[in-house]
Design a protein around this ligand. Structure first.
Ligand code: NDP
Length: 464
């Protein structure tokens, strides 16, 4: 038995090995997908060990095989009139509890493995929200950086000219993700409406003028901090007065920073793909607004120290070595590796709460949890975004817009419920228990809580 899964029973450990061997064979060279499934499989096989109904129905094998993957060519013309060709995908992983739901990512690193891992994670995340949404994800290897608005529009129109066949308000409802914000959603929605001549909530993250929901933009980052607050309260601690290291400078990172500062914490860092800012005085809402403006106008974070004295820019570095109480990885997958985890452990960090999807590598995740660091996994902690997207779907279906106050309350209460589910399934278990310091294993709690909901629906359907 490896150290990594020493907490799992012998028979379920051998089941996990056999399952993973098959998965690797069926999905060669799909490292991200395999990593995401492996993390869930360990917990799920443990959970179903004495539950033959789930085993006989091969539920885990079925959830780890997407319902379908659509892959297509996206042709568009750049401003010089040159024809460009990219790849587009939509991975529809599982719709047992509702229409497929999950974002679109436009980034040069996008490939089938990345989208399969994201769609798989999304299936569990959406189940945790308690709302009727299945799991999907899509996107393109198109790199939007440096492109003009007209180029982005032509790309989005071409992308939707194929995607529209596969989505619909009761079928699959995409949203934004890395590289897909309000501007892209507008272009995509406009093209969908033009082709179908139908107005319905086929995308979420829409502008407020045309069916978007209050609080959707802020919801992922705010939700991460609400989830963190619950994790701390479970340990009789308060967020007020704590310091945080945050990575990223996009939608999730800036809203997490804003909320963390608003609740009395001090944000020490933000980062992007070029390096990180360290501001010992704290990055407050005003400074966050400057960062947003700088990023949206194509500027660089490296100008930050000129604006705010006492701060530093660290070119080409990640922020994890800065001493802090809390770490919030909010940029991208596998950004927090084992060396970063060791720095955080040495600095006696209390909690890592994931704003990004799978930002912590498998060995870093295990090291953190074995050393008594609370780890809030992305599929629970960053579910606030898709939760408010689910509420945007309800508002569109009912042709109403709810008040901002109502949505803020709903978001807060959904994050509390997700936290409760994680505690229910993650209490008294996990790597730290072997070291004699038992903390709630939020990773297991989220995996089992999400699995159970989807699995029970699948059992009801028979073999389909
Ligand atoms: P944005 O595109 O708004 O921001 C992404 C940020 O991460 C940017 O600062 C970007 O830097 C940085 N980044 C991207 N790739 C890398 C990399 N390879 N190395 C270092 N930095 C990188 O995306 P979001 O904030 O929307 O998403 C961030 C994460 O949160 C993703 O994992 C996403 O899947 C997840 N998420 C997002 C949700 C949402 O509602 N938006 C919902 C749930 C999860 P640069 O500007 O230099 O590229």
């Amino acid at each position: 038995m490896t150290q990594e899964n020493a907490h799992v029973s012998d028979s379920s450990t051998s089941d996990v090995h056999a399952f993973m061997e098959g998965l690797r064979k069926r999905n060669p060279h799909q490292d991200e997908f395999i990593q995401a499934v492996e993390e869930v499989a360990e917990n799920v096989f443990d959970f179903v060990a004495n539950k033959p109904e789930y085993q006989d129905a091969e539920i885990m094998r079925r959830i780890a095989e997407p319902d379908r993957i659509v892959s297509f060519r996206v042709c568009w013309q750049d401003d010089e009139g040159r024809v460009r060709v990219e790849r587009g995908w939509r991975v529809q992983n599982n719709n047992a509890i509702g229409p497929y739901k999950g974002g679109l990512r436009f980034h040069e690193s996008v490939n089938e493995s990345v989208l399969k891992f994201l769609a798989f994670e999304q299936t569990f995340k959406n189940a945790l929200t308690g709302l009727p949404m299945g799991g999907g994800k899509g996107g393109s290897n198109f790199n939007p950086k440096g492109k003009s608005d007209a180029e982005i529009m032509r790309f989005c129109q071409s992308f939707m000219t194929e995607l529209y066949r596969h989505i619909g308000p009761d079928v699959d409802v995409p949203a934004g993700d890395i590289g897909v914000g309000a501007r892209e959603i507008g272009f995509l929605f406009g093209q969908y409406k033009r082709i179908r001549n139908e107005w319905h909530g086929v995308l979420t993250g829409k502008g407020l003028e045309y069916g978007g929901s209050p609080v959707r933009t802020e919801s992922t980052g705010y939700g991460v901090v609400y989830f963190l607050r619950e994790m701390l309260r479970e340990e009789d601690r308060e967020l007020d007065g704590m310091s945080a290291v945050i990575s990223g400078a996009g939608n999730v990172a800036t809203h997490a920073a804003e909320k963390f500062a608003e609740l009395g914490g001090k944000v020490l860092t933000l980062s992007d793909s070029k390096g990180f800012i360290h501001d010992p005085d704290g990055i407050d809402a005003k400074k966050v607004a400057w960062i947003r403006q700088q990023k949206s106008s194509g500027g660089s974070l490296s100008d930050y120290p000129e604006q705010f004295s006492g701060s530093e820019w660290h070119e080409g570095k990640k922020p994890w070595s800065v001493g802090c109480d809390i770490a919030l990885p909010c940029a991208t997958q596998n950004e927090l590796d084992i060396d970063a985890a060791k720095s955080l452990i040495d600095n006696e960090v209390l909690a890592v709460c994931e704003g990004a999807n799978m930002p912590t590598t498998a060995d870093a995740s295990h090291a953190l949890r074995s050393n008594g660091v609370l780890l809030g996994p992305g599929k629970a902690a960053n579910a606030g975004g898709v939760a408010v997207s689910g509420l945007e779907m309800s508002q569109n279906a009912g042709r109403r817009t709810w008040s901002e106050d109502r949505l803020q309350e709903e978001l807060c209460s959904i994050m509390k419920d997700i936290h409760r589910t994680c505690v229910e399934h993650g209490e008294g278990t996990g790597p730290a228990c072997e070291e004699g310091e038992c903390k709630i294993d939020y990773v297991k709690g989220a995996n089992v809580g999400g699995f159970k909901k989807v699995a029970d629906a699948m059992l009801a359907f028979g073999v389909v």
